[in-house]
Design a protein around this ligand. Structure first.
Ligand SMILES: [Zn+2]
Length: 147
């Protein structure tokens, strides 16, 4: 890893016209775009629409990016121990069973977080029962659709 700090500077985004922080080296280029506008352009938004779209969709884009950041950070944190504990038993599984096992481990990690943020055991039980009912209902509806 590179430990040298990147010098930061302020620039005005060509898209949304808002000031944003960027690496000093970026000031050498003619055009500067903030991370939200970069994401919007990657999604196909035209430059003339960036200012309006940014106002409308900033929270949504930030939530998407933070979700990915949390998922990446949690995977980096929790995967090594899970892998060390499970890799022997995973070798006997088919690819589908393996994928299901990994998906389940991700869901379990998500539930750890949900449970840790409830005020007490009663609230944990209430929340988990409600979630179980919702997903059991959805699974049942899906089975009916597939008949
Ligand atoms: Zn912008």
């Amino acid at each position: 890893m590179n430990d040298t700090k990147t010098a930061m500077a302020k620039a005005v985004c060509n898209g949304c016209k808002q000031e944003f922080e960027c690496p000093e080296s970026m000031l050498k280029t003619q055009e500067h775009y903030c991370w939200v506008c970069c994401e919007l352009m990657a999604q196909g938004v035209e430059e003339k629409d960036l200012e309006g779209q940014r106002k409308l969709r900033e929270n949504e884009i930030q939530v998407d990016m933070l979700r990915q950041r949390v998922a990446d950070a949690y995977t980096e944190f929790a995967f090594p121990k899970w892998w060390a504990d499970e890799k022997t038993s995973l070798k006997t599984l088919s690819k589908r069973e393996l994928a299901e096992e990994c998906f389940n481990a991700g869901t379990d990690a998500f539930l750890d977080y949900i449970i840790a943020n409830q005020k007490d055991g009663k609230e944990q039980i209430r929340t988990l029962k409600k979630m179980a009912e919702i997903f059991e209902q959805k699974a049942q509806e899906k089975e009916i659709d597939e008949l």
